[in-house]
Design a protein around this ligand. Structure first.
Ligand code: ADP
Ligand code: MG
Length: 357
């Protein structure tokens, strides 16, 4: 079996490594700042857990390998200007946008995109970082440090946020997980729920969109598509050419997790439509110290990433899965008691949405 080298050694790399055991694959996440170059053999595979990386000896070496999967895609997705251009060229519905040039004025952006305009950095933004709202009624121009570095988007008055995780193999076969409902607070994912029968009628449309994107790029592996639902319409917010936080529930709720699916696809093992079991909820642990009592709650899987605790930082996640909604509701009640006050509205949302799932 070849070794799968992963550019990046955060929690996604660690979960890829965990998923490799049943496949008897060796997965080696590599820190971009590592002093030593990985010993990549001819039949090994190089993949990523991030779409962007600093230019270091290690990242240069890894990304220049012939076996570096999807080499062309990162430049097209990691820069929002190129990502939006690609979506437009594929005629995939996305939030109206324009480029923020060095001389772009707020008035011109409001004229083109409306009263509320969201500036997003072309590169490097994540978890809502790298965003700036321009409100016409508050006046104010494009801040100096945004000129020439961003795109501007129309504010989408969405009903909710859904994401689709799909995978494509080297023969072009595609498989998808059911649409996932996501709650973000201040741009950061707090909770996900899947599957939801009430959005099942949007599944084919979503699959056609992501399928077209993956086919056009001849992509191999797992890709995530974040969408806004506005009525019966899906609007693509952004793409991630990798495993994604909104797919973590698949560890508990699908016969093949997104991590295993990605490894299968990149290493030429068979991929299959993932059967989904019961109902799943994923709660992200943001800026909260680990509580061992979480581990006592039935129907949960607790993942702790071993990072230093800092406000606003993703430190772990808890998957809850059960065939019966009522059992999941009981577990959610127990977990709610063990998380701080600012999680209460997250649990309110989860309980309401699970009831109508
Ligand atoms: P990140 O890379 O930080 O995830 P996103 O583009 O996904 O950046 O934005 C984070 C969140 O901000 C989204 O999940 C959504 O809640 C909100 N958001 C992003 N774009 C828009 C938009 N055009 N209109 C309204 N809300 C938006
Ligand atoms: Mg996002």
């Amino acid at each position: 079996m070849p070794t799968v080298w992963v550019l990046g050694a955060g929690q996604l790399g660690a979960m890829l490594k965990q998923a490799a055991y049943p496949l008897a694959l060796r997965v080696e996440p590599v820190e971009p700042d590592s002093e030593q170059l990985p010993n990549i053999k001819d039949d090994d595979i190089v993949t990523v857990e991030r779409e962007q990386w600093p230019d270091t000896p290690v990242t240069r070496y890894m990304s220049q390998q012939a076996s570096f999967m999807n080499a062309d895609i990162f430049g097209k997705i990691a820069d929002r200007f190129h990502q939006k251009t690609m979506l437009d060229s594929l005629e995939i519905n996305t939030a109206p946008w324009c480029s923020v040039e060095v001389d772009t004025k707020a008035a011109a952006l409001h004229a083109e995109l409306g009263c509320d305009v969201l500036l997003k950095r072309r590169e490097g933004g994540y978890d809502g970082k790298g965003q700036h709202w321009l409100y016409q009624d508050q006046g104010g121009d494009v801040p100096a440090d945004w000129r020439g570095t961003g795109i501007a988007e129309k504010k989408i008055p969405f009903d909710e946020e859904l994401s689709l995780i799909g995978a494509r193999d080297q023969d072009g076969k595609k498989v998808f997980y059911p649409l996932t409902l996501n709650l973000h607070r201040n741009g950061i994912l707090m909770a996900s729920i899947a599957p939801l029968s009430r959005v099942a009628h949007l599944q084919d449309t979503a699959e056609a969109m992501l399928g077209k994107i993956m086919d056009s790029a001849n992509y191999v592996g797992v890709m995530a598509m974040e969408c806004f639902r506005v009525g019966e319409q899906l609007i693509v917010n952004e793409l991630a050419p990798r495993v994604h936080n909104s797919g973590h529930w698949t560890q508990a709720g699908a016969c093949v997790s997104q991590f295993e699916m990605h490894l299968r696809a990149v290493s030429r093992l068979p991929i299959k439509a993932p059967e989904v079991r019961g109902y799943s909820v994923m709660i992200n642990i943001i800026g909260v110290e680990r509580e061992l009592d979480w581990m006592k709650i039935p129907s949960t899987q607790c993942y702790w990433y071993g990072k230093d605790v800092r406000p606003g930082r993703k430190l772990g996640h808890i998957n809850l899965n059960h065939p019966e909604k009522s059992a999941l509701q009981t577990a959610l009640h127990e977990l709610r008691e063990l998380l701080p006050e600012h999680y209460q509205d997250v649990f309110n949302w989860v309980e309401t949405e699970l009831a109508r799932a």
